[in-house]
Write a protein that binds this ligand. Structure first.
Ligand code: PMV
Length: 359
C-alpha cells in the first residue's frame, strides 16, 4: 500500500452540516518509536498497549462555507477557546488536505476534553489526534459511498500519524504495531495495525498506574527529540535493536514469560532516555523522583518476587506496569512507597483497553 491509496475518489454525496463525536485512548509504547524520516515515517517499528481510562473526547461540528477561502476552524478545550492549539491543527490540515479534499469546503468547530488532568504531563497528542482523525473520517464516510469499516480505521490511523506519529497506535486493538516488521503480518510504516497473533493470558487486563512526577510542560518537544536522531552516533544501532526487540516481544507475548517481558520493557524505556542523553544537544527528561521510583520498584520486585516493572514516555512520569493478579498488592506498594514522589501525590490507575469509540 502507498500514500496514493489514501487519496479518495471524487465524492458522490453532498452534505451541508453535521457533527460527530469520538473518544480515543492514549497509548504506552513497549518497544519505542524515536526517530523519523520525512512524512512521519518511523525509523523503526514500535508496539504499544492501548490505555482504557486516559482518553480524549472530540466533537467536530461542520457547516458548508459560502466560498473556499483556506481552512476555517475554531478549537475549544473544556468549553474554552484555545487559540494556541490552532497552529498544530493548521499544520495537520495542510498535511492531510490531499487525503481529505473536503477540508477547505467547511467551517469546523472542534470541541475537545481529556479524562486525564490537562497539565498532567501525559501527552494528549496521541489521543487528541486520533479522535480528530476519526471525526474527519466520519465526515468523509458521509460524502462517499465506498468507505468500508476496515478502510475507515486504516485511513483514520494513517491520518492520525500525520498529526502525531504515536497517535496512529490509538485507534483499534489492545496491542498495536506501527512500522514495517518482517515477522508481523500486515505491519506498515503508514498506519498502526492490531497485533495479529495470540497473546498469552498473563497479558490480559495488564495494569498501568501512571505516577505524575512532573506535571509541567515538556522542556523538549518530541519533534525536536525525533530530529536529534538524525546524525545521532548510536541511531543505526538503536533502530536495529528496536527491530530485534520487537521480534523478541512477539515470542514473549506468545509464551507469557514475564521476566523477559520486564527486562525488555525496562531496557526499552532506559534506551529511549539514553538516546536523549547522548544526542547533541543532550537533555535529561527524568527527574530525581523518577530515579527514586525506579529504584523502589527494583527493590520491591526483588524482595517480593513481584512482576511489577516500569516504562517511561518522553517525560519524567513513570508508568508502573503489572499483571492483573498483582493489582491489590502493587497498589498498596504504590500508596505506601511511591505516592510520596508524585507531584501533589497524584497518580492515575489505568488498564489495557480496546481502542476508540464513536459516541
Ligand atoms: O508521537 P510523538 O511524535 O509525540 O512521539 C512520541 C514518542 C514516544 O512517546 C516517546 C515513544 C512512543 O513510541 O510512543
Amino acid at each position: 500500500m502507498t500514500e496514493e491509496n489514501f487519496i479518495p475518489k471524487p465524492y458522490t454525496n453532498s452534505i451541508d452540516s453535521g457533527s460527530f463525536t469520538w473518544a480515543s485512548p492514549s497509548n504506552i509504547a513497549l518497544v519505542k518509536y524515536w526517530g523519523k524520516k520525512e512524512h512521519q515515517i518511523p525509523e523503526n517499528p514500535s508496539i504499544s498497549f492501548t490505555l482504557n481510562n486516559c482518553k480524549t473526547t472530540t466533537t467536530v461540528s461542520f457547516s458548508k462555507k459560502e466560498i473556499n477561502t483556506g481552512f476555517s476552524f475554531e478549537v475549544f478545550l473544556d468549553g474554552e477557546q484555545k487559540e494556541d492549539f490552532k497552529p498544530k491543527i493548521e499544520t495537520f490540515f495542510k498535511r492531510v488536505e490531499v487525503y481529505l479534499p473536503f477540508l477547505n469546503a467547511y467551517h469546523f468547530k472542534i470541541e475537545t476534553s481529556n479524562t486525564f488532568p490537562h497539565s498532567s504531563g501525559i501527552a494528549s497528542s496521541a489521543s487528541g489526534m486520533s479522535a480528530l482523525a476519526l471525526c474527519l473520517m466520519s465526515i468523509e464516510k458521509e460524502l462517499s459511498t465506498d468507505v468500508s469499516e476496515q478502510d475507515f480505521i486504516k485511513k483514520a490511523s494513517f491520518l492520525a500519524r500525520l498529526g502525531s506519529g504515536s497517535a496512529c497506535r490509538s485507534l483499534e486493538g489492545d496491542l498495536v504495531v506501527w512500522g514495517t516488521h518482517d515477522e508481523i503480518k500486515g505491519s506498515s510504516d503508514l498506519f498502526g495495525v492490531k497485533y495479529p497473533y495470540d497473546v498469552h493470558q498473563n497479558f490480559k487486563n495488564y495494569q498501568d498506574t501512571i505516577l505524575l512526577v512532573d506535571k509541567g510542560e515538556k522542556q523538549v518537544s518530541s519533534t525536536v527529540g525525533h530530529n536529534l536522531m538524525h546524525g545521532h552516533p548510536f541511531a543505526q544501532e538503536r533502530f536495529k535493536q528496536a527491530n530485534s526487540n520487537l521480534s523478541q516481544m512477539v515470542s514473549i507475548l506468545k509464551n507469557g514469560d514475564l521476566d523477559q517481558f520486564i527486562a525488555l520493557v525496562e531496557s526499552e524505556a532506559l534506551t529511549l532516555h539514553a538516546m536523549m542523553m547522548t544526542s547533541m544537544p543532550y537533555f535529561i527528561l527524568m527527574k530525581p523522583n523518577t530515579l527514586e521510583i525506579i529504584n523502589k520498584i527494583w527493590n520491591y520486585r526483588k524482595q517480593k518476587g513481584s512482576n511489577v516493572c516500569f516504562t517511561l514516555d518522553a517525560g519524567a512520569n513513570v508508568h508502573v506496569l503489572y499483571p492483573q493478579n498483582e493489582t491489590a498488592s502493587v497498589l498498596e506498594f504504590i500508596k505506601n512507597e511511591l505516592v510520596a514522589y508524585c507531584q501533589n501525590g497524584q497518580y492515575i490507575c489505568d488498564v489495557i483497553g480496546l481502542g476508540a469509540n464513536k459516541l
